[in-house]
Write a protein that binds this ligand. Structure first.
Ligand code: UTP
Length: 286
């Protein structure tokens, strides 16, 4: 079965980026010249996703505007014969079919995903968290879709993190069934002590529709929010869940340091600014 729908939860307040995110959605912060969320939408598209379901909230209109056509802007660019920029602008709205729904209260990531239930229907779907920007040869969701073909069940993207950072992530306990692929035995959200491993869950998931029932049964957890990790734990009682280590460089662009690293690293890949940026970094002499 092909995964054609992806849910993008984007209703969070982005408190770690205040005051920048007071009036601008975190998802719209640019890495070089593209908003964070666009990198994920491009990854989705390159992985065969056709429908992008974005979970928004108050103050998130800029996301809808970004993926919409902009008649005024396009006609000005046409008039000025700015063909290349026009192509870049047009590409954004043509990437996929976009559907929006609102999460009325910030009740957590699990709850945000539940808001997409009627739109997703009864098929497995992908979830992208825009905070995790991943630079890879093969798009990560495509790598995961390959694992899904072999193990048609929920698949979590995982990455080995230093032991002293496991408290920042959902962490799995898994049994390796093939190189880099684990059958999940248990998972814990942000373990303060005794993490079951250093395999941290990253912001890419393939989920079966069974997750919706599991979320409904999930009581508010850490921070009073309905956590996806807790729902996955409930799902584990009735379905197998797998995790796969992906190939690629991940940036936690939801944190200040990760966001700056993403900008530097992606900037070094852009031919128009690469040399200037390299000179600047060398000149810092740090
Ligand atoms: P985060 O935990 O990173 O929260 O959410 P946040 O609000 O985005 O950022 P900080 O931590 O306050 O700086 C992980 C993902 O889940 C979405 C967020 O938009 C983000 O993509 N989310 C979170 C929702 O859509 N709704 C929620 O109620 C909570």
């Amino acid at each position: 079965m092909k995964i054609t729908k992806a849910v993008f939860p984007a209703a969070g307040f982005g408190t770690r980026f205040l005051p920048a995110t007071k009036a601008i959605p975190k998802e719209m912060l640019p890495v070089v010249d593209k908003p964070l969320i666009q990198y994920c939408v491009e990854e989705a598209k390159a992985s065969g996703i056709e429908e992008i379901i974005i979970i928004t909230g108050r103050g998130k209109n800029a996301i809808e505007d970004h993926f919409d056509t902009s008649f005024e802007l396009e006609s000005i660019l046409k008039e000025k014969d700015k063909k290349e920029i026009l192509r870049v602008v047009n590409k954004v709205s043509g990437l996929a079919r976009y559907v929006y729904t609102r999460q009325k209260k910030n009740l957590g990531l699990g709850h945000a995903i539940l808001c997409a239930r009627d739109i997703v229907g009864k098929e497995p779907f992908a979830v992208f968290l825009g905070d995790d920007m991943i630079d890879s040869k093969v798009p990560v969701m495509k790598q995961m879709a390959g694992v899904f073909k072999r193990y048609p069940s929920s698949i979590l993207a995982v990455e080995r993190v230093p032991k002293n950072e496991t408290h920042l992530y959902g962490v799995i306990k898994g049994k390796e069934v093939a190189p880099g692929i684990y059958r999940v035995v248990d998972l814990v959200e942000k373990p303060m002590k005794n993490p079951p491993s250093n395999l941290a869950i990253i912001g890419r998931y393939i989920l079966t529709p069974g997750i919706f029932r599991a979320i409904e049964k999930t009581a508010p957890g850490r921070g009073g929010e309905i956590q996806l990790t807790d729902a996955l734990r409930i799902l584990l009682r009735t379905e197998e869940v797998y995790a796969c280590e992906f190939e690629g460089d991940r940036y936690d662009a939801g944190s200040k340091l990760g966001f700056i690293k993403a900008n530097v690293s992606m900037g070094l890949k852009r031919p128009d600014i690469r040399e200037g940026l390299k000179r600047f970094i060398k000149g810092l002499g740090v």
